[in-house]
Design a protein around this ligand. Structure first.
Ligand SMILES: Cc1ncc(COP(=O)(O)O)c(C=O)c1O
Length: 407
């Protein structure tokens, strides 16, 4: 293992990671056959759990026809069908799909699109607005629109200061920034409703609707980063819907059912047609090698088919009801318990109370990974009531029995 450099980790004193042999449904199996409920869906992506036979077969069928073909000058059935499907499930004219290989790159694509949308019209607008404590990925510009020192403090100050960070749900603050700076701002990028890595914070939909109006008023693009929220996490297929339509949306993580790294940045007509002209200079000059990869598209198509056929929205409602039981946990160290859709989070005042929690979960047959002051759950949607109740009872015992005297 000494050749692997692990993410977000001090390698010198890293606790050895669990060695996983295989995944099956909601379970991960370690090499020594410990069976663990995965409560974080492998970084919020494996919404159908592991080893889903239908998705496996969709990928296998496609492998026999070709595992990769470039999109530059070539096209193939999986990408044609997948983009058509995405356009049909996304609201209004969010119809123009630009694929890439990860959520961070999908964000980069959206930001570049926004800047060029204006430069194609002869305007120089290069700055962005985003939320305080936002997280949009780890690549350079995604880090810059992010405001998460826990992840990116080594780079803060090295970035060009081309961003404004606003307090979520404060519409007056947003308007103030726009009033004074809109001539240089290309877009407002948000993790709509649910801020993930910034601390599982839940915000209002009404604010987003007002922000939509302001973005139009001040001629800036509204960008939804639904890499984490997309495909049901907040209880709806997407936060974007017929009443709340961004100009650009980014999807990733669960886009392929968590099978393969892929993302898509989808633009509306307004954005797309600023690039569509007789001039080659107006073209969007971006093209990841693996964009529209046929295996990823085949997995994604099957994933959406299952999501719709098996009525996952109903499943997520049930998960939300059960997750709400987290709120019965009382402990003076708990600051707040938040639940929305398929996401539940316990925020504590001091993370000393979470020390040993991962190991306690492990002993109880659960894979969970806290970070900072948050113990959170984002399980695969196939989790049963019995399995999720076991998880919640384990969380409860940790606070109310094992640590009842920790203050
Ligand atoms: C809201 C949001 N945007 C972007 C990303 C980056 O996605 P990726 O890790 O696939 O690059 C993440 C990852 O957690 C995310 O939560």
């Amino acid at each position: 293992m000494k050749n692997i450099w692990f993410p977000y980790t001090q390698m010198k004193n890293m606790t050895p990671p669990l060695h996983i042999d295989r995944g099956e449904g909601v379970y991960l199996y370690t090499k020594d056959e410990k069976k663990l409920i995965d409560t974080v869906s492998s970084w919020w992506s494996t919404i159908h759990g592991y080893n889903n036979l239908e998705i496996n077969n969709a990928i296998k069928d496609q492998i026999d026809k070709g595992s990769h073909m470039m999109l530059g000058g070539l096209v193939h059935d999986p990408v044609i069908k997948f983009s058509k499907k995405l356009a049909s499930i996304l609201p209004k004219d969010l119809d123009h799909c630009f694929f890439s290989d990860s959520g961070s790159v999908g964000v980069e694509v959206a930001l570049k699109m926004a800047v060029q949308y204006f430069s194609n019209q002869g305007m120089k607008k290069t700055k962005f607005i985003s939320y305080k404590d936002s997280y949009h990925g780890d690549t350079w510009k995604a880090m810059e629109v992010g405001d998460d020192p826990d992840y990116h403090k080594a780079f803060k100050g090295n970035n060009t200061p081309s961003n404004f960070y606003v307090t979520p749900d404060n519409i007056n603050e947003l308007e103030e920034v726009l009033k004074n700076n809109s001539k240089e701002i290309a877009g407002f990028i948000v993790e709509p409703i649910l801020q993930g890595a910034g601390g599982f914070k839940i915000h209002s939909r009404e604010y987003l609707k007002k922000a939509r109006i302001l973005c139009d008023k001040y001629d800036i693009l509204f960008i939804f980063d639904e890499v984490a929220t997309g495909f049901g996490r907040t209880g709806n297929l997407f936060v974007a819907d017929e009443d709340l339509v961004p100009d650009i949306i980014i999807l990733g993580k669960a886009l392929t059912g968590g099978y393969l790294g892929h993302a898509v940045t989808v633009a509306n007509d307004k954005v797309y047609y600023e690039f569509y002209s007789d001039s080659v200079d107006d073209s969007f000059m971006h093209g990841p090698t693996f964009m529209g990869n046929p295996l990823a598209c085949a997995a994604g198509l099957k994933s959406i088919e299952i999501f719709q056929r098996e009525n996952y929205i109903e499943k997520i409602k049930n998960i939300e009801t059960i997750l709400n039981r987290l709120k019965e946990i009382k402990h003076p160290m708990i600051k707040e318990i938040r639940v929305i859709g398929g996401c539940g989070c316990i925020e504590v005042y001091d993370n000393k109370i979470l020390k040993g929690f991962k190991e306690y979960c492990y002993e109880n047959g659960i894979w969970n990974r806290t970070f900072l002051n948050f113990a959170y759950l984002m399980p695969p949607y196939i989790i049963t009531e019995k399995e999720l109740s076991h998880v919640i009872n384990t969380f409860k015992r940790w606070f109310c029995d094992v640590n009842k005297d920790v203050l």
